[in-house]
Design a protein around this ligand. Structure first.
Ligand code: PLP
Length: 457
């Protein structure tokens, strides 16, 4: 009998050689590079197996045991197990907290909270993007251009870090909050190297009558391992992505307090049907796998090591003569202020890309222009997943120092203007030599989700 859908049982390699080949190249890029993007990680084989499973085939709009489609007896069990593990991972009682595991990712999770608990044009306050906050916390430019949907649909006033210290300026935040009277105060960020003073946030929220939301996307793995303060004691709502320090699949979660304010129904309705359609059941299954792992001793050790590695990197860079925002770190990331060295974040990112070190340029508070950020954000979660320890991160600092020196040298020989400067980088012998060292270094470490031998090229 002829098959109705002959490609269905083929391997990817024979069904789509182009995509197969690009995936092999991507595997090789990941294995050979030093990955320092603070929001990235390398997830595990079982998480990827669940992600690539038949759960992707199923529609399940609604909540477990209350769906708009039939055939959900297995999906219901997966989603309920995921909810249960999510609460356990953060030591939460089912009586006090509930969780929605359906958000497709972090941005939709945040939007769902706003849609659930605010009216259009209600006021919100989050950490400003150039201070290390995230777009979805209400960002608009200095000229008032509304960049994020959050600032289009809600009125936002950012709070900032202290210009001198790099720490959140709680005094100013309180003063602004008392004038602005936001309905929601948001803590959490994407480039803040210090822990959050939730007690202080709560006091300010109570004083101005705001709800308090924490977006713990970056640090949710550290929080699960109790390596950062828990936001659950003081916050009303906690959102997170699941693919950063938590090391799961790309997805999002919303934790909400169960009390007389009836957040549960509002948040569940905002996720579906207000904003999303069918849950991505392959993501939920994969998240469930990651949350089992997040409760192990191995995961605790991993988070401890991540912090030690970020700290070792910061200390070594300082020893080499560089400046870190807030003078160091107490979490998984370091914010490197390159302005005193006369190099921009964009140039540093460019040289690093050329030598197969991946990091990103980042605004440093006080930057004259948002277009030329003065710093770089460096994170330890991904390379710690590959088994690197402090001495390896010190070696990475040495590579970064070499890269910065190549960049500074090219400014002297070719000029500071980007087009001229790039001529000193592209095709340079020093860049090629450093790239060789970086790749040999990185390739020597294991990769959690796949092996070097599995790369078909
Ligand atoms: N919240 C914070 C603090 C983030 O850093 C990020 C992404 O980096 C997000 C939300 C958005 O997550 P996603 O990219 O999954 O939408």
């Amino acid at each position: 009998m002829e098959k109705v859908f002959p490609e269905a049982l083929q391997s990817l390699k024979s069904a789509d050689p182009l995509i197969y080949q690009l995936i092999q190249k991507e595997k090789l890029r990941q294995i050979r590079g030093i990955e320092l993007i603070a929001s990235e990680n390398f997830t595990s084989s079982p998480v990827m197996e669940a992600l690539g499973s038949c759960c992707t085939n199923k529609y399940s709009e609604g909540q477990p045991n209350a769906r708009y489609y039939g055939g959900n007896e297995n999906i219901d069990l997966i989603e309920m197990e995921c909810q249960d593990r999510a609460l356990k991972a953060y030591g939460l009682s089912e009586k006090e907290w509930g969780v929605n595991v359906q958000p497709y990712s972090g941005s939709p999770a945040n939007m769902a909270v706003y849609v659930a608990l605010l009216q259009p044009h209600d006021r919100i306050m989050g950490l400003d993007l150039p201070s290390g906050g995230h777009l979805t916390h209400g960002y608009y430019t200095a000229h008032g251009k509304k960049i994020s949907a959050t600032s289009i649909f809600f009125e936002s006033l950012p709070y900032k870090v202290n210009y001198e210290t790099g720490y959140i300026d709680y005094e100013k935040l309180e003063e602004k909050a008392m004038d602005f009277r936001p309905k929601m105060l948001i803590c959490g960020g994407s480039a803040y190297p210090r822990d959050w003073d939730y007690k202080r946030f709560r006091e300010i929220a109570d004083k101005c009558g705001a709800m308090l939301m924490m977006d713990m996307a970056h640090i949710s793995g550290l929080v699960a391992a109790k390596e950062q303060a828990s936001p659950f004691e003081y916050c009303d709502v906690v959102t997170t992505t699941t693919h950063k320090s938590l090391r799961g699949p790309r997805a999002g979660m919303i934790f909400f307090r169960r009390d007389e304010r009836a957040f549960e129904g509002k948040i569940n309705n905002a996720v579906f049907p207000s904003l999303q359609g069918g849950p991505h059941n392959h993501q939920i299954a994969a998240l469930c796998v990651a949350l089992k792992h997040a409760q192990t001793d191995e995961f605790k050790k991993y988070q401890v090591q991540t912090k030690k590695n970020a700290d070792a990197l910061a200390k070594k860079l300082i020893e080499l003569g560089y400046s870190m925002v807030t003078g160091g770190t107490e979490n998984h990331l370091v914010l490197w202020d390159l302005r005193p060295n006369g190099l921009t974040g964009s140039k540093m990112e460019y040289i690093c890309d050329s030598v197969h070190i991946t990091l990103n340029k980042n605004a440093v508070f006080g930057d004259a222009s948002a277009l030329t950020p003065g710093g770089c954000r460096i994170g330890a979660p991904a390379m710690t997943s590959r088994g690197l320890v402090e001495k390896d991160f010190e070696q990475i600092a040495v590579f970064l120092d070499e890269a910065a020196k190549i960049g500074l040298n090219a400014q002297e020989t070719h000029g500071k203007k980007l087009v001229d400067w790039k001529k000193g980088i592209d095709g340079s012998k020093e860049v090629a030599a450093l790239k060789g060292k970086v790749e040999a270094f990185a390739e020597a470490f294991d990769m959690p989700g796949f092996t070097r031998d599995s790369v078909d090229m």
